[in-house]
Design a protein around this ligand. Structure first.
Ligand code: CUK
Ligand code: CUA
Length: 865
């Protein structure tokens, strides 16, 4: 009832808004709405999510990439996908796994000597200080191969992968403790800790669950496996976890879904796993004091070491009052700790309720040793009722939770109902429900699992898309839906197909908390952050040979690779160290040698190592794979592999007609003249930049510095050219003059980019009317003869409002009825000069008014044209 009313009021408001737009916009908005069948609410939703060109969003989301083994970065509310981050799977664009340095990171994820080239990522987590995101590190688990990847948010690159040596899968991670001291990872599928065969009949005796507490250094951003430990747990299929915070800091919570310890066996006539796993009414929430366990783990007498992992046996944890169980509704999924750490919410996916546990009640039972019993492994059980704050019926298939900025308010996904439910966990009542499409798993609030949730939006991470998008074959994308939660009731704003893998969970952070850099210190190994052993500066390029090992120290800068020819013997092992010498933002070069399955992406300042065996004979072009400048295609060289055991006969030299000295002289003069003309253009751009105070804008200064860098190379080339002229070698001089031209083109390329950027920064803002006027000017036919800032087939209109008495009226009348003014002496003069009559473009009065507004804007910014 409430909801219908509010939706109705949005509609009314929407109509009013659209009407006012429509009046202002000469009915254009109305026309578009009609043509595209859009409702007023659609327009409001579009406005809430639209990001004008060049704009920035408020939040950045890091989403798991599911079976792709990668991560996805997008921004909210516009839902623009910004990047895929390579983590567990080779990724060619970033060169991940195709250059030696990233391959080293990828291969840290080998398991028992085997290469693993994919991952099943589920739960990303952001590093925290006092339970709040600090924007420094991002980690994610791989369920299929028990691993955690660590990503540096300074450059959004994976820096470390650690393998859990005792788990065989890892689902219940990654979750940071509130000051990022540890990362929680629970195993899910119980299995023996060792690597031996154990018959399934000995499941209860030899299969184990567990929680690994990975020690994390928040300064350096690395996991330290030697300082980490694992808490042994019964084979209950531990599912998700969360770290306590505030009141419950120092504790961890992990739920489970097979306390029956059922082991299936369809093939021997047993009912399937799913039947036996959900026989009991309750499973167990595991509650453990990780802070105490961390201290215990330091002492050898408390641990047994398996595959190098320090394991605290259940008996030790129990003897030290550090491990407890509480019944929870059967087959739960999410367990989530409230922002203040006082409430722990568990959703049973086979139960319609959410159970809200209260930490102070749990703690009191623990302190009083008031146990309701013990499980078969001797772990004390706390009474469920006495631990609960209460339960609420939410709907079918509640899974995961997120908190909002309003105290007591939270959001839960309902898998079976395909809904998001908003409810109050303090007052235990449901507030609102919103349909999603379809079957939501996790949901993502803005910093919604931190101690400082921001509210505003919820993203529903739906498993299915069914009918929502263009059919792209039987494998559908998933569907992330953005929901506005700023009002009393929720409103679904936007659908985003996910073209990568099933993203189980995503985390969102305020964009203002992220400070990634745009370039590296020259010669950096980006995977270690230290200077690369192959760092090569300009002038240090070389090829070194040691037996059959060839080391190439190369550089890349617009638009050449140095060296440009590499000749090796078949069978040589070639190592290439390449440094991108650029300082300019976004001047990435890519590098590959055709047919050798290697690729690197070199960001400004980065050095990378590439390695291959030249095991096939032939000629192989290598080239830059990023369109980095106007001379990008020319950024190439040749790898020539010759067989040392073969005799090669040289090809017959072609007799080419050589140029006469006069022809050479003519070409030389022409090249020099072209350079002089190009230089004039450059100088005019430089003058424009200086006149408009470019030094005041750091982004432009960067571009200008880069342009002048290129320009600075010309002197040396000119000297070489002059030297060649003196030596009588005009052919060589022409080549050097051409090189000068290349540098000029590159200078102009960046210079003009700087000019355009500067114009945008310094021009006054266009009014909506002027914007429409510019459009009408372009579409109405005016631009066919008039170019602003230039005389073309018609006069330049800059200053047109200065040229006439009562100019606005004059221009208005002239556009409206040009024929009537052909006799006006000024107009007659123009007709005579251009040999053209201004035609009647049949503009409306509104369009003409807008065009005059545009002319005013042109006039204000006349110096920029
Ligand atoms: S899980 Cu997939 S919907 Cu791995 Cu967190 Cu719940
Ligand atoms: Cu460098 Cu293309």
């Amino acid at each position: 009832m409430n909801k219908t009313f509010s939706k109705l009021s949005t509609l009314v408001l929407g109509t009013a808004l659209a009407t006012s737009f429509a009046t202002a916009g000469s009915g254009e908005l109305e026309k578009i709405m009609k043509k595209r069948g859009l409702s007023e609410n659609d327009i409001i939703r579009a406005a809430k999510t639209y990001l004008p060109t060049g704009g920035r969003d408020e939040f950045v989301v890091f989403s798991s990439g599911g079976q792709s083994g990668q991560m996805m970065v997008y921004s909210v509310p516009s839902m623009k996908i910004l990047k895929y981050i390579a983590v567990f799977t080779p990724e060619p664009w970033q060169g991940y796994g195709f250059d030696e340095d990233s391959l080293k990171v990828l291969r840290q994820g080998n398991i028992r000597g085997r290469e693993i080239n994919w991952g099943d990522t589920h739960h990303p987590a952001l590093s925290e200080v006092d339970g709040k995101y600090d924007g420094k590190w991002l980690v994610i688990n791989d369920k299929a191969n028990p691993r955690i990847g660590v990503i540096d948010l300074e450059d959004f690159e994976t820096k470390q992968i650690v393998v859990n040596p005792v788990f065989k899968s890892a689902h219940g991670g990654a979750f940071f403790t509130q000051n990022s001291d540890y990362i929680i990872e629970a195993c899910q599928y119980a299995a023996p800790f060792d690597n031996n065969y154990h018959p399934i009949e000995e499941y209860k005796e030899t299969y184990r669950g567990g929680v690994t507490m990975w020690k994390f250094d928040n300064k350096e951003g690395r996991i330290h496996p030697e300082k980490s430990f694992t808490l042994e747990l019964p084979p209950y299929m531990q599912d998700l976890s969360d770290a306590g915070k505030g009141a419950s800091d120092g504790w961890g919570f992990t739920n489970s879904f097979n306390t029956e310890m059922y082991t299936g066996g369809i093939e021997v006539g047993m009912p399937p796993f799913e039947a036996g796993c959900s026989r009991f009414d309750t499973d167990f929430l595991h509650v453990y004091n990780w802070e105490k366990l961390a201290k215990l783990a330091k002492d050898d007498k408390n641990v047994k070491v398996v595959n190098g992992m320090r394991i605290i046996p259940m008996s030790v944890a129990v003897a030290n009052n550090a491990l407890f169980l509480i019944p929870e509704p059967k087959s739960p999924h999410g367990v989530d700790v409230s922002p203040d750490g006082e409430y722990i919410v568990v959703c049973g996916k086979l139960d319609t309720h959410a159970s809200v546990y209260k930490w102070s009640k749990i703690k009191a039972l623990i302190d009083a040793k008031a146990y309701a019993g013990k499980d078969p492994y001797g772990i004390p059980i706390l009474d469920m009722k006495k631990s609960l704050h209460g339960q609420v019926e939410l709907g079918l298939g509640p899974l995961h939770n997120q908190f909002s900025n309003v105290k007591g308010e939270m959001y839960t996904s309902l898998y079976v109902d395909s809904q998001i439910v908003k409810w109050n966990y303090l007052e235990l009542k449901v507030l609102d429900k919103e349909n999603v499409h379809y079957n939501v798993g996790h949901l993502c609030g803005m910093e919604g699992k931190s101690a400082d949730p921001q509210g505003k939006y919820i993203i529903s991470l739906n498993k299915l898309a069914i009918d929502r998008f263009q059919n792209v074959g039987p494998l559908h994308p998933q569907n992330h839906q953005l929901i506005d939660i700023s009002g009393k009731t929720m409103d679904l704003l936007y659908d985003m197909p996910i073209p990568l893998g099933e993203p189980h969970q995503a985390v969102a952070i305020r964009a203002s908390k992220l400070h990634p850099h745009v370039r590296y210190k020259m010669g950096t190994n980006t995977k270690t952050g230290k200077p690369h052993i192959g760092k090569t500066l300009a002038g240090q390029e070389r090829i070194e040979r040691d037996g059959n090992k060839v080391a190439v120290y190369a550089t890349m800068v617009r638009s050449h690779i140095n060296p440009e020819r590499i000749t090796v013997n078949k069978g040589d092992i070639v190592t290439m160290y390449i440094t991108n010498l650029e300082r300019a933002e976004d001047e990435t070069h890519g590098f590959t040698v055709d047919n050798f399955d290697i690729h690197a992406s070199l960001e400004p300042g980065e050095t990378t190592e590439l390695k291959f065996t030249a095991d096939i004979e032939g000629v192989f072009p290598y080239y830059c794979t990023e369109f980095c400048s106007a001379l990008h295609l020319e950024m190439m060289g040749y790898l020539m592999v010759k067989d040392p055991n073969k005799k090669y006969t040289s090809a017959q030299k072609l007799k080419m007609k050589s140029m006469s000295p006069e022809e050479l002289k003519a070409e030389y003069d022409k090249t020099v003249a072209v350079n002089a003309a190009t230089d004039e253009v450059i100088q005019s751009v430089v003058k424009f930049l200086k006149d408009n105070g470019y030094e005041k804008h750091p982004v432009i200064v960067d571009l200008v510095t880069d342009a002048l860098d290129q320009y600075g190379q010309i002197k040396e080339q000119k000297a070489k050219s002059d030297e060649a002229v003196k030596a009588g070698d005009l052919e060589k001089a022409i080549l050097f003059e051409n090189m000068i031209w290349q540098y000029m083109v590159k200078t102009a390329d960046v210079g003009i980019r700087a000019k355009d950027a500067l114009v945008r920064l310094v021009a006054t803002k266009q009014s909506t009317s002027a914007q429409r006027g510019e459009k009408a000017f372009g579409e109405g036919g005016c631009s066919g003869c008039h170019v602003i800032g230039k005389v073309s087939s018609g006069p330049d209109l800059t200053g047109v409002l200065q040229r006439h008495e009562n100019a606005e009226k004059w221009v208005n009348n002239f556009i409206m009825n040009p024929e009537k003014m052909y006799k006006d002496p000024y107009v007659a003069g123009m007709i005579n000069y251009f040999n053209l009559k201004m035609p009647n473009q049949h503009m409306t009065q509104e369009e003409i008014t807008d065009i005059i507004e545009y002319f005013k804007w042109v006039e204000e910014n006349a110096n920029l044209f």
